[in-house]
Design a protein around this ligand. Structure first.
Ligand code: HEC
Ligand code: HEC
Length: 286
């Protein structure tokens, strides 16, 4: 059974442990319009599976400062476009012993990868749950005769960024039933499991305390619709699993590795909590 603290009990407890501040602000009332033409849904009624947990879901964008939000509203100001441009170039570049490029089989990036990010992670033909990184490496190793890319390498982030952009403005569309159901259930279990010395679950921060302040951060719902995204603090792109690693470490717990089965399952569950929101890939965060 999952034990939950009220917002106040939790705040008092966490204030002792890690410096938790009082609520300063709810998500801002602002509209995300990119390049003055593409309106992105950042606020929606929660999916039925969140009944009793949350009634509305919000993009992390709504919890950021005016300056950070603005960087995501114009592609010229969004540092992720360095990654996107490199990824688009790699898309048409032949690599590996077969002498093939992604484009040789998938066609133009804009058409071939439209909607792909919105449905990730998903169950593959063999019944395994795969993240986008797994699909990319499968094509590289089994179809191109090229080397697998490291999960958090720049080359991998270039490609996931270029592919994710082709789903920008499309709703999160992960399957959680049928063959995905068992993975989704396990991901949910991880989400509500308390980890580490601080005995906190993902829900302790992102469900029970979004809107509150933790250290210098304004806590969001921990949605993944913006990934891969640029973290100003790191001066670099961050993958979904990389963010999970950071959050688990913050609870002073041993963490699963990027690319682990546990994180694929958690990725599916967290993605499903964002149903109703649009994919922002590629977002900007502090
Ligand atoms: C020799 C042909 C070929 C090449 C080259 C190739 N792919 Fe694929 N790719 C496929 C096939 C076939 C599938 C499986 C399609 C399916 O089952 O829906 C696939 C699936 C994918 C998927 C999952 C799409 C989805 O909706 O499930 C992604 C992402 C992907 N490829 C990315 C890439 C990238 C990035 C490259 C270049 C690094 C690449 N592919 C190179 C043939 C290729
Ligand atoms: C101790 C509190 C805490 C816990 C526990 C925690 N996180 Fe976070 N998380 C944060 C903070 C702080 C941020 C950065 C500000 C924000 O977006 O909330 C963050 C950001 C995120 C983001 C990025 C959201 C965005 O839009 O940029 C995701 C995704 C995320 N967390 C997922 C998780 C998952 C999954 C877990 C459980 C494994 C988890 N977090 C556990 C504190 C926590």
């Amino acid at each position: 059974m999952t034990l939950r603290f009220s917002r106040t009990t939790f705040a008092a407890m966490a204030a002792l442990a890690i410096g938790f501040g009082p609520a300063i602000a709810e998500p801002v009332d602002d509209e995300l319009v990119v390049n003055e033409e593409l309106t992105i849904t950042t606020k929606a009624a929660a999916a039925p599976h969140l009944d009793g947990h949350m009634s509305e879901v919000y993009s992390g964008w709504l919890f950021r400062t005016d300056e950070t939000r603005a960087m995501q509203m114009d592609d010229f100001d969004n540092p992720m476009f360095i990654y996107v441009e490199r990824g688009a170039e790699a898309w048409t570049t032949a690599e590996g012993t077969e002498g093939k490029a992604c484009a040789d089989c998938h066609g133009a990036l804009e058409e071939g990868m439209k909607g792909v990010r919105a449905a990730m992670p998903k169950v593959n033909a063999a019944g395994a749950l795969w993240s986008m990184e797994d699909y990319i490496n499968d094509c590289r190793t089994n179809r191109m005769g090229a080397e697998a890319l490291k999960w958090n390498s720049n080359e991998m982030k270039d490609m996931t960024s270029a592919i994710s952009l082709q789903s920008r403005g499309m709703p999160v569309n992960v399957a959680i039933d049928g063959p995905a159901a068992e993975f989704w259930e396990r991901g949910k279990e991880i989400y509500y499991t308390r980890f580490g010395q601080l005995e906190m679950s993902c829900a302790s921060c992102h469900e029970e305390n979004y809107g509150n302040n933790i250290r210098a951060d304004h806590l969001s719902q921990g949605q993944t619709n913006g990934f891969p995204l640029y973290r100003l603090k790191d001066g670099a792109a961050v993958s979904i699993h990389q963010r999970f690693v950071g959050c688990v470490r913050d609870t002073r717990a041993e963490t699963f590795a990027a690319g682990s089965q546990e994180f694929r399952e958690l990725e599916l569950y967290v993605a499903s909590r964002g149903m109703g929101l649009d994919i922002e890939g590629v977002a900007v965060r502090p």
